[in-house]
Design a protein. Structure first.
Length: 91
């Protein structure tokens, strides 16, 4: 795991090479854009690395993933959507 981080202008810390983005609704505040990180990461600071990728057998790639030992769950409804079933210690 990379230890590279950035500190945004408001003091928010973005980890793993993610970049600071200005919040569109809260002037002067920033959030981390995890899509610019050096790998697949999630979380407020892009601190959680992907552990399990969610995809159907016929799919060759996926942009949805779970962290912290989460398990992929395909929710059905009007449109199928992936979610993660997380251990009790995580949301």
């Amino acid at each position: 795991m990379s230890t590279f981080f950035r500190t945004c202008l408001d003091g928010h810390r973005c980890e793993n090479g993610s970049s600071c983005k200005q919040h569109p609704l809260e002037e002067g505040t920033y959030y981390c854009d995890c899509s610019t990180a050096s790998g697949d990461f999630a979380g407020l600071f892009c601190e959680y690395e992907a552990e399990t990728y969610c995809q159907l057998p016929q799919e060759t790639s996926s942009t949805w993933f779970c962290t912290n030992q989460g398990t992929c769950v395909l929710a059905s409804g009007a449109t199928a959507q992936w979610s993660c079933d997380c251990p009790a210690d995580y949301e």
